[in-house]
Design a protein around this ligand. Sequence first.
Ligand code: PLP
Length: 381
Amino acid sequence: MPKDPLTPYGNRPMVTPIVNAVNYEYASFEVLRQITDGEIEGYTYHRDDNPTVREVERQIARMEGAEDCIICTTGMAAGTMVYLTYLSQGDHLILFHDIYGAHYKVSLILERMGVEITWLDASVGQDVRQHVKPNTRMILCETPSNPLCKTVDIAAVAEIAHDSGALFVVDNTFATPYHQKPLQLGADLVLHSATKGLGGHNDLMAGALAGSKEHYDKLWFTRQAIGTTLDAYSASLLERGLKSFELRAERMAANALAMAEFLAGHPKVTRILYPGLTSDSGHEVACKQMAGGFGGILAFDVGETIDQAKAFIDALEVIVHAVSLGATESLICIPYLTTMLYLPEERRTTFGVKQNTIRLSAGIEKPDALIRDLEQALSKV
Ligand SMILES: Cc1ncc(COP(=O)(O)O)c(C=O)c1O
C-alpha cells in the first residue's frame, strides 16, 4: 500500500484529487483492522471520511492554529453538530441575539429537547458572567456579529466560560482566520460558515469546526452518526478558494474600511457599524483581537425607512443585491427582509436591527468603483 494514497508515484498533483467514492476496497482483513484501529489512514465509507475532505480539514486547521478541523455540509450543520455533541437535557446555553438568524430556529429545537437558553445582547461585555448558571455548558458567539458587526471580547468571555467549565465557541466567519484567531485568545472551538470567505466564490456550501484533537474526535462521532459529511467536489472547490483566501481577505477588509469611511461621512447614512471605524463601540476590543484589518462586512442604515433603503439598493450598479457574504463580488441585502425574515417579528427588530438596516459584504473589486457606486445610489434616495 503506498504511504500516501493520493500520491502513489511520488509526484503530488497540485490539486488534491476529488475522490468521489462512497466505499473503499479492503485489500485484506488486516487492512480493515488497521484502518478501523486508526493505525493507518485509510477509508471505509464516505459518511465516515473522505481523503479530499480530510486534506482541506488539515489546511483549515493550520489556518486557525488548531490541532485539527472537521468540515461538514454547511455552517448551520457545523453549529448543529456542536449543539448535539456537547448539550444534553437540563444544560444551559448562552447565545447572543446578534448571531446568524438560523441559530434561533435551532434553539427552538434545543428547547424542545430540554436545553435552557439565555439570549444576551452582544454588547453586554463582562456582564456575561452574571448570566452564567451552575448548569451552563456552552457559550456561543459571533464576533464581529451578523448582521450588526458587534464585537465580543473573546479573551474576556473565554475566561468567564472557563471559570464555570463551559465550552466557548466562536463563529469566526465575519473576521476570518486572516484577521482573528479565536483559539489563541482562549476559545475552545472555532466555527465557520466556509460557504463565505473561506470558499469565497458563491459556488459551494460548507461548515468547519477547528479545535483540539479531542474535540475533533467528539465532533467526528456526531458527523459520522448524523451524516453531515461534505461531498468531495465541494471540498475541492473549498480547497481552490483557500488558495487565494489571504489575498481576498486582505482586499475585502481594505474595501470594507474604505466604504465604511465613505458612508460614515454621508448625510443620508443615519448609522454606520464597522469595528474598523474609530467611532465604533467595538473598535477598542477589535484592535486588541483582530490584526491586519477588521473583516469585510459592515452594516448601515439609509435614511429612516425601508423604502429609502430599498431605493438605494435598487439604484446600485456594481454591488449585487443578494444574500450571503465573503465572496469575490460585493453583496448587499436588507437583513429584515432576508436573513431575519423567518424569525418572529419581535426578534427581527430587537437589539438594533431596523427595517432600513443594510448589510454590505465587500468583494474584491477596485475600491473606487465601489465608492462611486455607493455615491451614485445614495444620490437617488
Ligand atoms: C456568521 C454566520 N455563521 C453561520 C452561518 C450559516 O452558514 P451556512 O449558510 O453555510 O449554513 C452564516 C450564514 O450566513 C453566517 O453568516
